[in-house]
Design a protein. Structure first.
Lengths: 417, 297, 362
């Protein structure tokens, strides 16, 4: 290994000597990337983070973005706020034009700072639903359906699944009892009025290692017609097992974005046990996407084994979409500057000019995101998948649900503060 | 219907309570014999779970996984006692608590580094399986039955050990007064090592049982948090206390979730045990079965 | 700090307890004070603004940690009562201040003491079990306190400010001057750090401080010599929680937001690590520990990155960096406890003692 490292050093020195310019400074764009490889969400980062790097490496191997290489500056925060603040300041120092944020508390802690420094921060699946409001949080870009849009999508799907009407139906909402878990409640309550269904909530205190009583309640006492499960960590696996135990059909259970990765299903006893379980996703699931093949090829060409993480398609694909949004934002920014080095503000505008066609490079993994200055959520696109025959199968197309309701809530929340 | 629901909740509570007891036993064993407090109990369970999961996945033999996890945990506990806990003997309680907290961080960093951070399943052997077992209206999860069984087995085994066997009696003597025990010709250090090894065994089985219920990753360490209300309620140095405490906590949790949650609109399941614990602390500061210590100046 | 006395000539207890053991100590303190005040300007002159800004942001985090560590050390180090629920007191302070600042638009010089006092009150309540129980039982009672406080904040919208349990607060301002940049916040925080250090130094040499130490060393004996241990234990909890509350408020102003996830059990553990590594029952130890624990992850990342990239590609070591950090953190706690129970403070004293007679050490 040392010889390879030395070679790299010499190579870099030679390249610098030949080009005559400080190679790094001119042609490189830095993107900050906060990760959590040892904290409580490490199981997610273990897949999403390599995916983010892999996609950036793929883009670089194909010549970069409009002639610029992308440098990812990853700093681990352990899911802790002080570390997140320090990491952000270091990224700022290194001239990051955008920062990928990781962790709800860190997103909250950095929101004001992003505004002050005019650096766009992305947080798909983290942070608050209200961050979708681009006027209120100009530099915070969730870039994927927040919990409100997910809840709306879930209800729309339940409506289809239960035969086109929810009138008089009973819907149970099983959630981890923390701010993120409670977030969809206002949307669900409004939709209950609109669609005329009965909503009952079942709180699971974090970390939710045992939720026998709640599942029992849903299945035996409340007898819900459909269940939305907004769980994190190990609780999704436990929930699947418990539903199975009490004999509640899993084809009436829909998990939100953090409650259905391959590993969760495996830990619940395998795909056979979880047969029928639905999940809402903001990035496409499954191995059949050309961009994944390209990444595998890139590794093969370098003579390295294809990374294990690819097998976990739920999180891996999410990481690809996350990275791709940065790439396209930078591309837009560079184009707008006619090839000039973009600033962080340019990249922010770059994000806001991402349209339905921008993310074509990653194919069906990404929804037709359309991020605007107002809508930082990109339209609130979600897709439903189902566990069927040993894998996740598409159960719906990309869809947007109850946009008017979500918008109304965003406006009401903006007014309140 | 309502009585049936209550019955189901109770069964749930009993089963899960016995599984809590399994984790708590490791804690109690160490405290009983060596006066050391192990805040890394959850991480022990996690380590055992990860090792078992890796071996089961590599060898496809469930029993090999259990055996390797057992061996690894016993070895590790021995080593730990020698390197870390012996120098801390006689030091303030804060020191031991903090040292085990440090150990917890160490294990949480080390095991994912060696074996990877992803979630792994531990699949139970074929004859146990995943299919729920029906007993009238009550549906039982096989893994919980295994956990409860192991728990009861340990309860019986350790009770016999401490009451009847020569070694157990010696260990009680060590716990009671190290100096006198030493004067009576008991090899105190050997019994300390033995106590930790026993805790290692309990943690290993706890890791396998909880691991096959939850799946194995760093979250498994969070079961350690369940230990505290259980042991405080039962009494820190009582084996039977760990089991009774586990049962009470399991039942309280389930009843709270079933009958309090709907009225307060939030999850009281993790919160109720601690309230019960605090009340118990105010009434009986040394737990239901705990031994009151007389302090001398 | 850098002076060396040639012998011990103190003849009264008062002289022994004096804040400045020698007249020259005043000069040392003055030099340190001047250095600390001038630091941002020096940094600003030496390097580009963005870099200076980065280093100041780290120092600011250290400042906040120092206040919290001092408070926890009063409870754990001086009084011998353990608390693993300290982060919850920070959240009490943070939410009190945030609510006052947002609802009634109060300035920081009201919200900050208010946050501290509220935390002190809650802290004293959580400390009540300490009257009957000690050691592990107390540790777990405080853990229960943490969970119950978290639960309450989480479920009472009047406190948490809504479902997200986060309240955005405006930056602190004084007479129309706003503390906004890292440089400005530096002085804002510095003031409170200096205040906290001086207050602690004075507290521990007062009657109260000596009573705390007596309780730590042997509470029954302390009771026998006439110390009202109930009163002083609660007082220790209250004072310590006051510091924690203030820490929470400082965090809130520093970040511009109060969020309940910022104050979970891991934070309590970080603070405990600070005082263990720094030195239990020592003001200097609290400061050193806060610096050490805050810098540790940064330093390890820096070392592994700069050494590791010579051999490996960044992608390969990315995973290792974080794990090494956590492992080192755990190891350091254990190593300090096993080998140097009095922490960095003791190491510092050893170095000083060595140089006291240097170069004639025999």
């Amino acid at each position: 290994m040392p010889s390879k490292g030395l070679k790299r050093l010499f190579g870099a020195a030679a390249a610098m000597a030949l080009s005559g310019t400080p190679a790094g400074a001119q042609k490189e764009i830095t993107v900050g990337f906060q990760s959590d490889r040892v904290g409580l969400t490490q199981t997610i980062c273990a897949v999403i983070c390599p995916a983010f790097h892999d996609y950036m490496a793929l883009v670089n191997s194909k010549g970069g973005v409009e002639g610029y290489k992308i440098k990812v500056l990853e700093i681990d925060t352990e899911y802790k706020v002080p570390q997140g603040v320090e990491a952000y300041e270091r990224m700022k120092k290194e001239g990051a034009v955008a920062v990928a944020l990781y962790g709800t508390a860190i997103v909250a802690a950095l929101t004001q700072r992003l505004n002050d420094d005019r650096i766009p921060g992305t947080a798909p699946g983290f942070g608050n639903a209200v961050a979708a409001d681009g006027r209120r949080y100009p530099y915070l870009i969730p870039m994927a359906a927040g919990y409100w849009s997910q809840a709306a999508g879930g209800i729309q799907f339940a409506k289809q699944a239960l035969g086109g009407s929810l009138k008089g139906k009973k819907i149970g909402y099983l959630y981890i009892d923390n701010p993120a878990g409670r977030e969809p409640l206002p949307i669900l309550e409004t939709l209950a009025k609109v669609e005329g269904f009965e909503l009952r909530t079942f709180a699971v205190p974090a970390p939710g290692l045992e939720l026998g009583a709640q599942v029992l309640d849903i299945a035996q006492r409340y007898r819900a017609d459909f269940v939305m499960a907004h769980l994190f960590g190990r609780s999704p696996s436990v929930a699947i097992k418990e539903f199975k135990r009490v004999g509640y059909p899993l084809s009436k259970v829909l998990g939100f974005v953090w409650s259905a990765a391959e590993a969760d299903v495996e830990a619940a006893g395998g795909f056979g046990v979880a047969e029928g379980y639905y999940t809402v996703q903001f990035a496409g699931v499954g191995p059949d996407h050309p961009v994944r093949a390209e990444i595998a090829d890139m590794y093969k060409k370098e003579g390295k084994p294809v990374p294990r993480e690819l097998a976990s398609t739920v999180y891996y694909n999410r990481g690809i979409v996350w990275a791709a949004a940065h790439v396209e934002a930078i591309r837009n920014a560079v184009k707008a500057k006619a090839g000039g080095m973009p600033t962080s503000e340019d990249v922010k505008k770059g994000f806001e000019t991402i349209n339905a066609k921008s993310l074509a490079a990653v194919g069906g993994i990404s929804p037709p995101l359309e991020i605007t200055a107002d809508d930082h959520e990109g339209g609130g696109w979600v897709q439903i998948f189902q566990v069927k025959g040993g894998k996740f199968v598409k159960a719906s197309e990309w869809m947007q649900a109850y946009r008017d309701v979500v918008k109304k809530h965003l406006e009401a929340d903006a007014k309140r503060n | 219907m309502e009585w049936e629901f209550t019955l189901l909740l109770l069964v749930n509570g009993i089963l899960i309570g016995l599984m809590y007891a399994l984790i708590a036993l490791g804690f109690v064993l160490v405290y009983k014999a060596t006066d050391a407090i192990n805040f890394a109990q959850g991480e022990f369970v996690m380590s055992a779970g990860i090792i078992a999961a890796v071996v089961v996945a590599a060898s496809t033999s469930f029993f090999l996984g259990v055996v390797v996890a057992l061996a690894a945990m016993v070895l590790f506990s021995f080593l730990l006692e020698r390197v870390m806990l012996r120098p801390l003997l006689g030091r303030p309680i804060v020191a031991v608590i903090m040292a085990t907290i440090g150990l917890a961080a160490l294990l949480r960093g080390l095991l994912p580094l060696v074996f990877g951070a992803g979630t792994r399943p531990i699949s139970l052997p074929e004859f146990i399986g995943e299919e729920p077992i029906a007993l009238g209206p009550v549906m039982l999860q096989p893994v919980q039955l295994v956990g409860a069984g192991v728990s009861i087995l340990f309860l019986a085994g350790f009770s016999w050990f401490f009451l009847k066997s020569r070694m157990g009696i010696a260990m009680r003597a060590v716990a009671d007064n190290q100096q006198v025990a030493m004067a009576m010709g008991i090899n105190v250090e050997r019994y300390f090592a033995l106590a930790w090894a026993m805790a290692g065994i309990v943690s290993a089985l706890g890791g396998v049982v909880w691991g096959s219920m939850l799946g194995v990753d760093v979250h498994l360490a969070l079961v350690g948090l369940k230990v505290f209300p259980v042991v405080i309620l039962g009494g820190l140095d009582s084996i039977i206390g760990a089991v009774v405490g586990g049962l009470i906590i399991g039942i309280v949790e389930n009843l709270a979730a079933g009958y309090i949650d709907p009225y307060v609109g939030g999850g009281t399941k993790d919160f109720a045990p601690y309230v019960v614990m605090i009340i118990a602390l105010m009434i009986r500061p040394y737990g239901i079965f705990g031994k009151r210590k007389i302090e001398r100046v | 700090m850098f002076h060396r006395e040639s012998g011990i000539f103190k003849t009264t207890y008062a002289a022994d307890m004096a804040l400045y053991p020698l007249p020259i100590a005043k000069a040392t303190v003055a030099v340190i004070a001047a250095a600390v005040v001038l630091l941002p300007f020096v940094l600003g002159a030496l390097m580009p603004a963005l870099s200076a800004n980065y280093y100041l942001s780290i120092i600011n985090l250290i400042f906040i940690a120092i206040v919290g560590a001092l408070g926890l050390n009063i409870l754990v180090g001086y009084t011998g009562q353990i608390s693993i629920g300290h982060a919850a007191f920070m959240s009490v302070g943070a939410y009190t201040a945030a609510n006052l600042a947002v609802r009634w638009d109060l300035p920081f010089w009201i919200t900050l003491p208010a946050g501290g006092l509220m935390a002190a009150l809650i802290g004293a309540v959580v400390g009540i079990p300490s009257l009957r129980i000690k050691g592990l039982y107390l540790a777990i009672a405080t853990l229960a306190g943490q969970l119950i406080i978290e639960w309450t904040i989480n479920h009472v919208p009047a406190i948490s400010g809504g479902a997200q349990a986060s309240i955005e607060v405006p930056k602190p301002h004084l007479f129309g001057y706003e503390f906004k940049t890292q440089g400005q916040l530096y002085f804002f925080l510095l003031f409170f750090v200096a205040l906290a250090i001086v207050a602690t130094l004075n507290l521990v040499r007062s009657r109260i401080g000596r009573a705390f130490v007596a309780i730590r060393d042997q509470d029954i004996a302390a009771e026998i010599i006439g110390i009202n241990i109930y009163r002083y234990k609660l007082l220790a909890f209250a004072i310590s929680s006051f510091y924690a509350g203030v820490t929470g408020v400082l965090y809130t102003y520093y970040l511009g937001i109060a969020n309940y996830e910022q104050f979970q059990i891991v934070v309590s553990i970080d603070y405990l690590a600070m005082i263990i590594i720094g030195g239990l029952g020592s003001v200097l130890g609290s400061v050193l520990g806060a610096i050490f624990v805050t810098l540790l992850p940064i330093a390890i990342t820096w070392i592994v990155e700069s050494l590791g990239t010579l051999v490996f590609e960044m992608q390969q070591i990315q995973h290792v960096v974080s794990n090494v950090r956590v492992i080192t953190f755990g190891l350091l706690i254990i190593v300090f406890l096993v080998l140097e129970p009095e922490g960095l403070n003791r190491l510092w004293r050893n170095i000083r003692n060595y140089f006291r007679v240097w170069p004639f050490s025999y």
